[in-house]
Design a protein around this ligand. Sequence first.
Ligand code: ADP
Ligand code: MG
Length: 243
Amino acid sequence: MAWRRGRGQFKFAAAVWFIAAVRGLCVPGMIGKAGQERAGRGVRVQMDAAVRRRLIRAVAEAEIAHAEELTALDQAIGDGDHGINMQRGCAAVLADLDRIAALDLPPALHAVGLALVTKVGGASGPLFGTLFMQLGKTLPAQPTLAEATAALAAAIEAVKARGRSDVGAKTMLDVLVPVLDALRVGGDDLRTRLPAAADAACAATAPMQARRGRAAFLGARSIGHVDPGARSVAVMVRALCEA
Ligand code: ADP
Ligand code: MG
């Protein structure tokens, strides 16, 4: 009797292990190249240190690669420091990448946010810092797509509260919110649809008049230029999806 029960337990454990192993192999990342097509709303992402490292590094390096463009955008409607600000913050993230990637996803995101708050400065430092730190607070270590969507929604609310802003004011929120909307729709082609939605939303900031941030001081003269913070978000989203 004891032997039979033991064998049953073994079979059950083996079945659980097999299902877990297959899921782990199939879903190593949620919206990166690896496995995103198979990641349904209820599937938990198996995010190990190598995946975290690849994603964080891709985002930070993309921001650094676009520093000149971001600065040029900020020269048109701000004080010309956005690219330099983000470059400084992202360089700090890369310098600490080994330690950050070894952390579980929530503390890793918190560490990224903290580096941005500390190093970026300007208006965007605390706002991007809030975004990442709030994501770290809300996301579980191995989130489902539904949990990731809810976490981004909460993080965007935190950015709105921190900046006392909302969509339509010609800021980073004008890309963050359309990206969230695209994420809510879901689907197998998120990896291509998210960057496309971000790019379109970024371009759509050009005809807006700025109501928040330095650009708001320009009034109607802010019309006709893409918002630098909005462009930063689009760069991050593409890097994340193509990593
Ligand atoms: P600063 O304006 O202090 O020089 P940056 O140049 O680094 O800071 O960042 C400017 C970007 O920050 C803007 O393009 C805009 O997207 C974003 N931003 C500024 N103020 C706000 C706000 N209140 N809410 C949301 N985003 C904002
Ligand atoms: Mg600036």
